[in-house]
Design a protein around this ligand. Structure first.
Ligand code: XLS
Ligand code: CA
Ligand code: CA
Length: 449
């Protein structure tokens, strides 16, 4: 079959897969959406606007399921030879066909996901120019755009000791060059954001590490990136993507709270927000919702890497999200935040035994449906108001005369102490009612049995 995508016609690659349509919760067609109904209005906005989904170039078009113990199982050569520009273009073709068939409107990339890295950075940059022209051409006539770009500053051995945190000034310059180019390409493709994930920005041992020196260097690199980005017309947000460990034993962007503290210490908080990944939250010993809430209350919730970890495994498994409790509470936080400046990037990969083209679609259908269902349920939670009402009631004592004084900072320790002496022993604070609230949540999620 010949497909018309954007400005070009091309041979269809996923030719046994139709365009995925919404068929509703009762559908038995595995290649359909049960919950993601792009135009359905939820709280006054179509689903597709609540859920700017993105495809991660690296997992979907590059990763072949290799692990520490075995080679890849999936074929992502797309009829070409890996490591060539023909392959780079075949990935673009595959990616656009894939996104069009699923109705995904954004993509995210690392520089080296797009082209094979050459020995010489000038050559790599020329390849990036060529491929971004090709992508731009492909984008014409579609509504597909770039969500965010980033530079891979962790795979090449030169980054063994980090990029911004490296002990080598020359490697630091190389990182700067990669960031500059990745920003150029992000702007060229109309990206909404630019991500810093500090995979190797951390340390293995303090015996050889000057933490303060390294953190200052990282901050300076980010400052220079902001200056350069703004100078070429980048209006979007920069994001830090926190992760506590892996590949390094200790990573500086441990979690949302740590990253926010870092951004504020170095005056970067006006230009940066956070990109919160579900699997990184759990690696840090937090829930996904916790990381979203901490970001949101600090005005820093920018974007989401939509995936999930495995409770039985202690590493970054990047699975497609299917836990609807988690997607519901995520969407609850996002709705309360008034949405995102970024979107929902499926930083997720198929399991190694799921190696066929169909599996790529099943992965995204699962993820998109899980988030759509989460959105529907989160909107219901907000409309029902059970949680909001309970929380309001729970803090009610701060509506009293003395409570109001505390809230408005118009009292003193002395006054509070006098109040306490007069009062005698305080009553027990109201019950937390956790189990009641969990039952109510189940009822919202599952309704009638
Ligand atoms: C790895 C990260 C990475 C970032 C982008 O754990 O999730 O893929 O999202 O560099
Ligand atoms: Ca990620
Ligand atoms: Ca991850």
């Amino acid at each position: 079959t010949i497909l018309f995508i954007g400005g070009s016609t091309m041979a269809e690659l996923f030719n046994n897969i139709p365009k995925i349509a919404y068929e509703g919760p009762k559908s038995k067609n595995p290649l359909s959406f049960r919950y993601y109904d792009a135009d359905r209005i939820i709280l006054g906005k179509p689903m597709k606007e609540h859920l700017p989904f993105a495809m991660a170039w690296w997992h979907n078009l590059c990763a072949i399921g290799a692990d520490m113990f075995g080679r890849g199982t999936a074929d992502k050569d797309f009829g070409t030879e890996n490591g060539t520009m023909a392959h780079a273009k075949a990935k673009v073709d595959a990616g656009f066909e894939f996104m069009e068939k699923l109705g995904i409107r954004y993509f995210c990339f690392h520089d080296v996901d797009l082209v094979p890295e050459a020995g010489d950075i000038k050559e790599t940059n020329a390849r990036l120019d060529e491929i971004s022209d090709y992508i731009l051409e492909k984008m014409k006539g579609t509504d597909i755009k770039c969500l965010w770009g980033t530079a891979n500053m962790f795979s090449n051995p030169r980054f063994v000791n980090g990029a911004g945190s490296t002990n080598s000034a020359d490697v630091y310059c190389f990182a700067a060059a990669q960031i500059k180019k990745a920003l150029d390409i992000t702007v060229k493709l109309g990206g909404r954001g630019y991500v810093f994930w500090g995979g190797r920005e951390g340390y293995e041992t303090l015996l050889n590490t000057d933490v303060k020196f390294e953190q200052e260097n990282i901050a300076n690199l980010m400052k220079m990136a902001v200056e350069y980005g703004r100078s070429i017309g980048f209006k979007g947000d920069f994001y830090i993507e926190p992760k506590p460990k892996e590949p390094m034993k200790h990573q500086y962007d441990f979690d949302a709270a740590t990253a926010i503290g870092f951004l504020r210490s170095y005056g970067l908080d006006k230009d940066f927000k956070l990109n919160i990944e579900a699997n990184h939250a759990t690696l840090a010993g937090h829930s996904f919702q916790h990381e979203l809430r901490i970001s949101a209350i600090n005005g820093m919730l920018g974007s989401v890497d939509a995936n999930q970890g495995d409770t039985l495994l202690g590493w970054d498994t990047d699975e497609f999200p299917f836990d609807v409790y988690d997607t519901t509470m995520c969407m609850y936080e996002v709705l309360k935040n008034g949405g995102l400046t970024g979107g929902f990037n499926f930083d997720a990969k198929n399991r190694r035994p799921s190696y066929s083209y169909e599996d790529m679609f099943y992965g995204f259908i699962l993820g998109m449906d899980s988030f759509a269902l989460g959105l529907i349920k989160a909107a219901k939670l907000i409309e029902e108001g059970t949680l909001d009402n309970f929380i309001k009631e729970r803090y009610e004592s701060f509506e009293s005369e003395i409570g109001k004084k505390i809230r408005s900072h118009t009292t003193s320790l002395k006054e509070l102490s006098d109040y306490a002496e007069k009062m005698g022993a305080p009553k027990m604070p109201g019950s937390g009612r956790q189990e009641y609230l969990q039952s109510a949540l189940n009822q919202t999620l599952f309704g009638e049995a």
